[in-house]
Design a binder for this molecule. Structure first.
Ligand code: CP
Ligand code: NVA
Length: 320
């Protein structure tokens, strides 16, 4: 088969370490190129004439804006599709939708409340499909997290990260990143919200140093980066029991004090101050959450260049 495989971006584990590393490096290159320019447009407009479809069946601020603005800065166009306004909202099948969208668009980002829909869409699509968050994973978020850490603290390889709270979709992608980027990761979650054991098993089989505990103090000890996320994800039912179960997993100043002296704090946002993180930690010098949010934009550009840029996609991260 001489056809080039479609560059889907469904899970971090689908890509090899070198490709993921290159996406983050190209993203950082494009960000540097933009610095000092009055308009943030990529000088070579490498994605001119290409159109990205954004199909989001759940709310989004950062994912939507970073893909929309990032695609335009690379010279491309964007169609924002709301599933409720499409025929899929009244029963047109996913395979038919995938085949139709493939005739109009060059790449499609999907945020869905059902992870199986992402796989099905990709299976029927003849254009690349990007995972814009499912209840299972959130890989695009982690590209920005790696980029943010490295901007502040240098290469992530060999560093220690701690995830505190719910073993959710963001945690899944973080575990896969530990395997691909070579940092060690300890996750502290209530037993009932443990990270997906299949994902932990996969990462360990890759040689990753991934530990799971129910003790947040143990997790943060010596950590170079402490991360958390909302206690109620979009796929969760709000409940008092959930919040009470997660209460001992709040990232507060006392917990941060147990991490390495120059530890960073990260959060994919949106945050719920007073639940998973306290105001003082959120606003502290250790907190890089708004750099992290901004880096969604740059990371998306690195990703779109890999997905659509062909064989020489890395060159788009350097000054023409
Ligand atoms: N972090 C993140 O994905 O944010 P949005 O839900 O706003 O896209
Ligand atoms: N875990 C959160 C992430 C939001 C970006 C959720 O799924 O709602």
């Amino acid at each position: 088969n001489l056809e080039t495989p479609i560059r889907h971006f469904l899970e971090l584990r689908d890509l090899d370490a070198a490709t993921l590393r290159a996406i983050v490096d190209v993203a950082a290159g494009v960000k540097r190129m933009q610095r000092g320019r009055q308009r943030p447009l990529h000088p070579a407009q490498p994605l001119a004439g290409r159109t990205l479809g954004l199909m989001l069946s759940k709310p989004s601020t950062r994912t939507r804006l970073s893909f929309e603005v990032g695609m335009r800065q690379l010279g491309g166009d964007v169609a924002v599709l709301s599933p409720n306004d499409m025929q899929i909202g009244r029963g047109e099948s996913l395979p038919d939708t995938a085949r139709v969208l493939s005739r109009f668009l060059d790449v499609l980002v999907l945020r869905t409340g059902n992870a199986a829909n992402l796989r099905q869409l990709a299976a029927w699509s003849t254009i690349p499909v990007i995972n814009g968050l499912t209840p299972h994973s959130h890989p695009v978020q982690i590209l920005a997290d790696i980029m943010t850490f490295e901007e502040h603290r240098g290469p992530v390889g060999g560093k220690r990260w701690a995830w505190i709270g719910d073993g959710n979709n963001v945690a899944t992608s973080l575990i896969e990143a530990a395997a691909r980027f070579g940092f060690s990761l300890t996750l502290a979650t209530p037993l009932s919200m443990s990270p997906d054991p299949e994902v932990v098993g996969w990462a360990r089989a890759q040689g990753a140093d991934v530990a799971v505990t129910q003790n947040p103090h143990e997790a943060v000890r010596g950590a170079d980066c402490v991360l958390t996320d909302t206690w109620t994800s979009m796929s969760d039912e709000e409940s008092v029991i959930r919040l009470e179960t997660l209460r001992p997993f709040q990232v507060n100043a006392a917990l941060m004090a147990e991490a390495a002296p120059n530890a960073l704090f990260m959060h994919c946002l949106p945050a719920h101050i007073g639940e998973e993180v306290t105001q003082d930690v959120f606003d502290s010098p250790a907190s890089v959450v708004f750099d992290e949010a901004e880096n969604r934009l740059h990371a998306q550009k690195g990703l779109l260049l890999w997905v659509l840029g062909g064989a020489n996609w890395r060159a788009a991260g350097q000054e023409p």
